[in-house]
Write a protein that binds this ligand. Structure first.
Ligand code: FES
Length: 160
C-alpha cells in the first residue's frame, strides 16, 4: 500500500469536493479516513475552517464513530470478531494470543507500524467463528496456535 499523501493540498482537495454545508461533515471525515487511513490533525483544521464549525464538534464526531480513527493505522489491520458466536467459540483466547505475540493491546499499533489490532462486533460470518480478518481477508475458525503462521504470511508479503 502506498503512503497516503497528507499534504494540505490533498486534504483540501477532499474537503472542497463537498458542498460547504455542515451536514456533509461526517461524509468528509469518512472520505479522509478512506484516503489516509485516519483523520489527520490538519484535516480537522481545514474542515473546521471550510464549514465554519468548531474543531471540538468534528473531533467529537470522529471519536463517536468507530470507523473513524484519530491515529494512523498499521500497514495491516487485524480485526478479531468478539461478537457472541465468536466470543463463545474462543475469540478471547485468540485475541490474547495475538496481543501476546505482537506485544500490543486491541486498539493499538505495533511499534514497527506493521500491524494494528482491533476488535469488532459480529462480522456476519458466525458460521465460521471465531473469525479473524487481516485487511480484507477472512480467516475462519482460527485457533490460537494458527496466529503465528497468519502473521508470518503477512510479514512474508502474502498479504502485503
Ligand atoms: S459473532 Fe463473529 S462473525 Fe458473528
Amino acid at each position: 500500500m502506498a503512503e497516503p499523501d497528507l499534504s494540505v493540498k490533498s486534504i483540501t482537495k477532499i474537503v472542497e469536493s463537498y458542498p460547504r454545508d455542515k451536514r456533509h461533515s461526517l461524509a468528509i471525515l469518512q472520505d479522509m479516513q478512506r484516503s489516509f487511513g485516519y483523520i489527520p490533525r490538519e484535516g480537522f483544521d481545514i474542515l473546521s475552517r471550510y464549514l465554519d464549525t468548531k474543531i471540538a464538534k468534528l473531533f467529537a464526531m470522529a471519536t463517536f464513530y468507530r470507523a473513524l480513527s484519530l491515529k494512523p493505522k498499521g500497514k495491516h489491520v487485524i480485526r478479531v470478531c468478539d461478537g457472541t458466536a465468536c466470543h463463545i467459540r474462543g475469540a478471547p483466547v485468540l485475541l490474547d494470543a495475538l496481543e501476546r505475540i505482537l506485544g500490543v493491546k486491541a486498539g493499538e499499533t505495533t511499534a514497527d507500524g506493521f500491524f494494528t489490532v482491533e476488535t469488532v462486533n459480529c462480522l456476519g460470518a458466525c458460521a465460521i467463528a471465531p473469525v479473524m480478518v487481516v485487511d480484507e481477508q477472512y480467516h475462519p475458525q482460527v485457533k490460537p496456535d494458527q496466529v503465528e503462521a497468519i502473521l508470518k504470511a503477512c510479514r512474508g508479503g502474502k498479504n502485503g
